[in-house]
Design a protein. Structure first.
Lengths: 487, 303
């Protein structure tokens, strides 16, 4: 490989592409100027709309830049001059990678670092979060677009190919992922991203090491299958994902003593603190199973990630099999009402029968940690956490935090003696793997304002929840009657 | 392949959908020759060249160029091949000067003095964008960039369409001799231009090589014959197969003899045609050779 020729190819691309590259970089600067926060609260709506439109323009500009750069030397072409020149394919690939790194990712890195510094974050954390976010952008965007560009001869052809791939992916994507909406969603997503990276690199390698029309067809087929697999991977079952999650637990002994039982005759309230739960479907009847979790320590929260429910009739026939709703159990009393929705017609048939109940609980133990306490209308930089502020607006209290990198996925705020308010996006991904295309993470919550007299001395306690262990328990109740569990 | 063969194709087939552009093509280009690939439109000349240059792959069969499989021409081989085609797409947003600067480092043997000599003859405006060049000027630029590294093999696909006669002449007579040890492989309809340099001819028809031999052999054996008879001429019902395009006018019968030999010519004609008053034979220019072969191939009368 001749690095000099790679640099030579890059210089030629720069000569051709600099107007678009400069326009793309300027667009990034403008976006950064628009979204730069002077305080850690959400942007005004008008600014958000402008930023969204500009970001769309940036995506188009970046896509064009990648496509045009790669297609300067279109691999599937049969007429381009370079094909009969002694250009080593690896030099060419390296030259193109150099072009994309310097013309696309270079400006992003510079602008993101300036953005992070302008918001007052430390240089080290800004550089780290910027590099991590660029890695994510390269993985999920630049490299796949580059692969598509290498398999097509023109922008139009690339857009058509890209749209076909997108339609196939989106169509399959309508099938719900087994881990969607849970803290485990990162597992299959990460596997899918890894698969996409491999397929993208394979397609690029294929194109840049062997050049023929047949080769391009093979690369396209490989890439299409890869994108399909990317979507299908997310449909992989829950159990292996949970097994992987368990193996990554921070404190695998933490849940060892935890036990669960159905307390017949009790009436416990349902609680969903971390995840929103849909209202019951009108065609369903909701039953509530009173559960008691014992032996989990103070300062923790138990989150029921998934509950499998089987109801077996006296003749041994399974009359219902489904999932219960997620739930949360604070450590203060350990009780919760587990909601299960049963189709009304099924319920009608079996509500009076004695049934055997089989439950499987996949749960996560989260440890609570107090981060800080703040007064109203205070802004503070909290070391190791972020830049947070509170303010009183008409009817609500705005609370927000920003940080270079990733904030914990679950943060709560307790205002005085009011109930703890959660704002969580469940994600049990180990911290080093938490990539985001946005190098600055943000978190906001609005809570109802309080009477003026209570506001002045009030303190806002910021707490974070991080998973420490994951466990499975099964419970069998030999005989229940559904009617006794209906509200 | 013998060491004297620089390009060889063996039973090369190339299909585009249902259309067979090449149907068992065989060819051999001797090293140091100037090989003219001729044929009617659609005969498969451009497809042949694209296969040889690995711009498209053969459906089956093999081709070798400078000893390497045409499907895997390494940069070391490409560095010794010049290629110019009328369908070649150059980077339109580069200027002439930028393009030459871009191409130069890929060739270790690039001779800047030769480049200067070629540029001065081609008279290309260095600041002008390639997209703003005429078709002929783009071809001139292609030719300009195909010579300074002194290629061992120069492959030209219709390089003269749109070029003015002066540039054609400059190129063929002024520039090519500067290259030195060169094999020229050229497909062109401009037969008058290549006749003076061609040493070998391959005649391609419907994807097959119907004829391939040194040009001097070909012009020796193809002669236009005019026979003036004692009586009014009639095209005989049973003519030798090697006589093509017979025409009778008055007492004169003319035809092209594709296996011409002077030996016993008068006696042979007299036996077939009767008393002969005069015989006139003329060698044919490449243009006429092509037309004769093309007609014969079209009519299924290829000798």
């Amino acid at each position: 490989m001749n690095h000099g020729l790679s640099w030579h190819i890059f210089r030629k691309d720069w000569r051709l592409m600099w107007p678009l590259a400069v326009a793309t970089a300027l667009l990034q600067l403008v976006i950064t100027a628009v979204i730069r926060h002077s305080e850690p609260f959400p942007l005004p709506e008008a600014k958000s709309v402008i930023a969204s439109l500009l970001t769309l323009g940036l995506a188009i500009s970046m896509t064009l830049l990648i496509l045009l750069t790669i297609q300067q030397e279109a691999i599937p072409s049969i007429n381009q001059d370079w094909l009969t020149r002694p250009v080593k394919r690896r030099d060419l690939l390296l030259g193109k990678v150099l072009t994309l790194a310097l013309l696309i990712h270079g400006p992003i890195v510079v602008v993101d670092i300036l953005h992070g510094l302008a918001e007052g974050f430390a240089l080290g954390s800004v550089i780290h979060s910027t590099l991590v976010s660029n890695f994510e952008i390269a993985l999920c965007y630049s490299l796949p677009v580059m692969a598509v560009a290498s398999m097509t001869r023109s922008v139009v052809e690339a857009i058509i190919f890209g749209l076909v791939i997108l339609v196939v992916g989106v169509s399959v994507g309508f099938v719900a992922s087994s881990t969607e909406g849970t803290g485990l969603k990162w597992i299959w997503r990460s596997v899918a991203h890894g698969e996409l990276l491999l397929v993208t690199l394979a397609a690029l390698w294929w194109q840049y090491t062997r050049r023929s029309r047949d080769g391009t067809q093979q690369a396209r087929a490989l890439f299409a299958v890869g994108v399909l697999a990317f979507t299908l991977i997310q449909l992989l079952p829950w159990e292996p994902a949970f097994f992987i999650q368990r193996s990554l637990a921070l404190d695998p002994q933490a849940s060892r003593q935890i036990d669960v039982e159905v307390v017949q005759g009790a009436s416990y309230r349902t609680r969903q603190l971390l995840a929103a739960v849909d209202a019951p479907d009108p065609g369903n009847v909701r039953i509530v199973l009173p559960l008691r979790f014992s032996a989990f320590s103070a300062g923790t929260l138990l989150h029921g990630d998934r509950t499998t429910v089987r109801l077996v009739g006296g003749d041994g026939v399974v009359v219902f099999s489904g999932l219960g709703h997620v739930f949360d159990v604070p450590s203060d009393d350990g009780t919760v009402g587990q909601a299960v929705d049963i189709p009304a017609d099924v319920y009608k048939k079996i509500s009076e029968q004695p049934l055997r109940l089989e439950l499987g609980y996949y749960a996560t133990l989260l440890r609570r940690q107090l981060i800080t306490r703040m007064a109203l209308n205070e802004t503070r930089r909290i070391p190791g956490f972020g830049w947070c502020a509170t303010r009183n607006k008409i009817g609500v209290i705005d609370i927000g935090c920003r940080t270079a990198g990733a904030l914990p996925f679950c943060i709560s705020v307790t205002a005085g003696t009011a109930p703890e308010a959660f704002q969580c996006e469940l994600n049990y991904e180990p911290v080093p793997l938490r990539f985001s295309v946005d190098p600055i993470d943000h978190w906001e919550i609005k809570i109802p304002t309080l009477p003026r007299a209570e506001l002045a001395p009030i303190e806002f306690a910021f707490r974070v929840y991080e998973p420490v262990d994951h466990f499975f328990r099964d419970v069998v109740v030999p005989q229940i009657r559904l009617r006794d569990l209906s509200p | 392949m013998t060491t004297d063969t620089i390009v060889r194709a063996q039973d090369v087939w190339r299909q585009f959908g249902r259309h067979e552009a090449l149907r068992g093509l065989n060819l051999e280009v001797p090293r140091g020759s100037a090989y003219a690939l001729i044929g009617a439109n659609g005969a498969g000349k451009t497809t042949t060249i694209k296969v040889l240059m690995n711009l498209i792959g053969p459906t089956r069969g093999t081709a070798t160029v400078m000893g390497a499989d045409s499907r895997q021409l390494p940069p070391e081989i490409l560095a010794q091949i010049g290629y110019v085609s009328e369908s070649q797409v150059l980077p339109g947003r580069l200027s002439v000067g930028e393009y030459i600067e871009y191409v130069r480092p890929f060739y270790p043997s690039w001779d800047r003095e030769l480049e200067a000599a070629i540029r001065s003859r081609m008279q290309l405006p260095p600041e002008r964008k390639i997209s703003q060049l005429s078709h002929g000027m783009r071809l001139s630029l292609g030719l300009t960039c195909a010579l300074p590294y002194r290629p061992k093999l120069l492959v030209l696909d219709e390089p003269f369409s749109g070029l003015d006669p002066l540039v054609r002449e400059e190129f063929m007579e002024g520039l090519l001799p500067l290259i030195g040890d060169l094999t020229l492989f050229i497909a062109s309809q401009e037969l008058d231009e290549i006749e003076n340099v061609a040493t070998h001819v391959g005649f391609l028809h419907a994807g097959r090589m119907l004829l391939e031999e040194p040009l001097d052999h070909l012009t020796d054996r193809l002669r236009e014959v005019r026979v003036t008879l004692e009586q009014p001429a009639v095209v005989p019902d049973h003519m030798p197969r090697e006589w093509v395009q017979p025409r009778a006018f008055g007492n004169v019968l003319s035809f092209v003899d594709t296996r011409f030999s002077e030996e016993n010519l008068g006696e042979r004609l007299r036996l077939l045609l009767g008393p002969v008053r005069a015989i006139d034979t003329q060698s044919m220019p490449l243009n006429s050779v092509f037309k004769t072969l093309a007609r014969a191939a079209r009519d299924g009368a290829m000798p």
